[in-house]
Design a protein around this ligand. Structure first.
Ligand SMILES: [Zn+2]
Length: 355
């Protein structure tokens, strides 16, 4: 049973993930946990991830996929996995499929725990935590008996600093804008199943089990979802096990309208500025670099320069590792030479050409 778990912050995805681990004895592979573990264990990928984070950059998909690949090679993952926290955007979903296909461990299903935007806002902004004992309340769904007082110990209830509406709203909209294409991607391939993430934890688990139980027995899963806007599916629908055909057509049309309006506004606003700006240029640059490299390689001018650049990078890495004491040793000199190498390479190359 190989599952990708999808759900917004506040959807209860983490809680359900844990239940599923107990239920199916399948490991939950959270990319957040993988990252932390790799950094703590100081693995090669962990060091690369740490370097990126220390530089204030996002950890690249390559690194994360490398970690996933390593994790999937472990014995317990041979039975299957519940992947959590990845993919978060379309490009990651596509790359992941490639990697898993190569490993012979393709994703069976993407399971979406769907919760209305307004409900997510309530869940996330209503959170209160006891300063003394850590008990968690929600002023909307699980309020304390007395305002701002813990039922258990009488301690003060606080809201986290980043639990304000604006921050949370932005976080949710960014999440949604990025993951909607992922959801559509799996839906198009008829690998998406949706459960409504409302009601009690055990109710939601039941709905999930109606989908995953057959899968865990190696049976076909009922109810492939039609692509958005398609006709109703031929397979009989099981109560509560699937979302309505149209995603926004749930129980709250008003909320849905609000949601899509907010989405549109947000796509214009937040995405291009924040995430896209942070991520895409780097990826594009890489792509451009690659193309340039390929072109020049064809002319047979490039190999030397490439090698020089590689040396330079390698030397730099080594140089960075060595700490202050050894800064000016031979390695440092190599690094310094490496830095001037590309220039030399060019000069050397020019007289050769006429031959
Ligand atoms: Zn308390």
């Amino acid at each position: 049973m190989r599952i990708v778990l999808l759900g917004a912050p506040g959807s209860g995805k983490g809680t359900q993930g844990k239940q599923l681990v107990d239920q199916y004895h399948t490991p939950q592979i959270s990319t957040g946990d993988l990252l932390r573990a790799a950094v703590a264990a100081d693995t090669p990928l962990g060091r690369m991830a740490k370097a990126a984070m220390d530089a204030g950059q996002l950890v690249s998909d390559e690194i994360v996929l490398g970690m996933i690949r390593e994790r999937l090679a472990e014995p317990d993952a041979q039975r299957g996995f519940i992947l959590d926290g990845f993919p978060r955007n379309l490009s990651q979903a596509e790359t992941l499929d490639g990697v898993l296909h190569d490993l012979g461990q393709p994703v069976d299903l993407a399971l979406l725990i769907d919760v209305d935007f307004d409900v997510l806002m309530q869940r996330l902004t209503g959170r209160r935590t006891c300063e003394s004992c850590g008990a968690v309340y929600n002023v909307y769904s699980n309020p304390p008996k007395f305002d701002d007082r813990c039922d258990l110990c009488g301690g003060n209830l606080r809201r986290r600093a980043d639990d304000n509406e604006e921050t949370i709203g932005n976080r949710l909209r960014v999440y949604e804008a990025q993951t909607t294409p992922v959801i559509e991607y799996y839906r198009r391939q008829r690998r998406l199943r949706t459960v409504q993430g409302v009601g009690g934890i055990s109710d939601i688990l039941q709905a999930i089990r109606r989908i995953l139980d057959p899968l865990s027995r190696g049976e076909a899963v009922p109810g492939a979802e039609p692509a958005t806007g398609d006709a109703k599916p031929a397979v009989a629908k099981r109560a509560g096990s699937r979302a309505p055909a149209k995603r926004a057509g749930g129980g709250a049309p008003a909320a849905a309208k609000k949601k899509s309006a907010a989405e549109k506004a947000e796509k214009k606003k937040v995405i291009p500025k924040k995430k896209a700006a942070a991520k895409k240029p780097a990826a594009k640059k890489k792509a451009v670099k690659k193309k340039v490299a390929q072109k020049t390689a064809k002319k047979k001018v490039m190999p030397k320069k490439k090698a020089a650049v590689k040396k330079k990078v390698a030397a730099k890495k080594v140089a960075r590792k060595k700490t202050t004491a050894k800064k000016k040793t031979a390695l440092g000199k190599i690094a310094a030479k490496g830095r001037s190498a590309p220039g030399k390479g060019v000069r050397r190359r020019i007289p050769r050409r006429p031959k």
